[in-house]
Every structure is written in C-alpha cells, then in structure tokens.
Design a protein around this ligand. Structure first.
Ligand code: HEM
Length: 75
C-alpha cells in the first residue's frame, strides 16, 4: 500500500523543533497541503542534510519520504 501523510509522514516531523521552527519560516510541516506543495524542496533539504538543522534523517526515513512522493503523496 502507498504511504500516506497522516499515518507515515507526519510522525517523521517532530513537533519541536521541526514543526515549531519551520512554522515561523512560513512552512507548516504538520499540514498535508504545505508538505505536498513543498515536497521537492523538503526532500532536497533532507537529502543534502541541511534540514533538520540538528542532524540528518536516517536513510530509512528519507526513503519513506521519497516513496511517499513517488507513489502519489496520499493524504
Ligand atoms: C524535518 C525537519 C525540517 C524540514 C523538512 C525543513 C525544511 C526546510 C525547507 C524546505 C526550508 C527552505 C524554505 C524555503 O525555501 O522557503 C527550510 C528553511 C529553514 N529551516 Fe527548516 N526544516 C526542518 C527543520 C528545521 C529545524 C529543526 C530548524 C532549526 C532548528 C530549521 C530551521 C530553518 C531555518 C533557519 C531556515 C531558513 C534558513 C535556511 O534556508 O537555511 N528547520 N527548512
């Protein structure tokens, strides 16, 4: 089954500091619409390790985000 935002992706973003900090930057990582609209940019940051700013995601998390994108970004 294709991964979904609510079940698989939202839990990857920590309420703090990820959601809280990025909300101040104008990107709501807890919002399906925001993450879907910015998915390429988010993935680029996750992949190059510049976000989150306190350490890169494990490769399993990165792969799950990529798969969510590739398989249609379900809600
Ligand atoms: C998984 C978690 C995170 C993701 C996916 C993420 C994603 C992003 C993205 C895509 C941008 C560029 C926004 C744009 O171009 O409009 C950005 C900018 C920024 N983020 Fe995050 N972020 C995350 C967590 C954090 C955390 C934890 C911090 C700070 C502790 C942080 C601080 C910033 C800052 C200061 C900027 C603006 C400056 C810059 O572009 O480097 N982010 N983030």
């Amino acid at each position: 089954m294709a991964p979904g935002f609510a079940t698989d992706i939202r839990p990857l973003f920590r309420d703090e500091p990820d959601v809280k900090t990025m909300k101040r930057m104008g990107l709501d990582l807890s919002s399906y619409d925001d993450v879907k609209a910015t998915a390429e940019g988010i993935y680029a940051r996750l992949e190059n390790g510049t976000m989150p700013c306190d350490g890169p995601w494990p490769k399993e998390q990165l792969a799950l985000f990529k798969r969510w994108m590739d398989e249609g970004m379900a809600p």
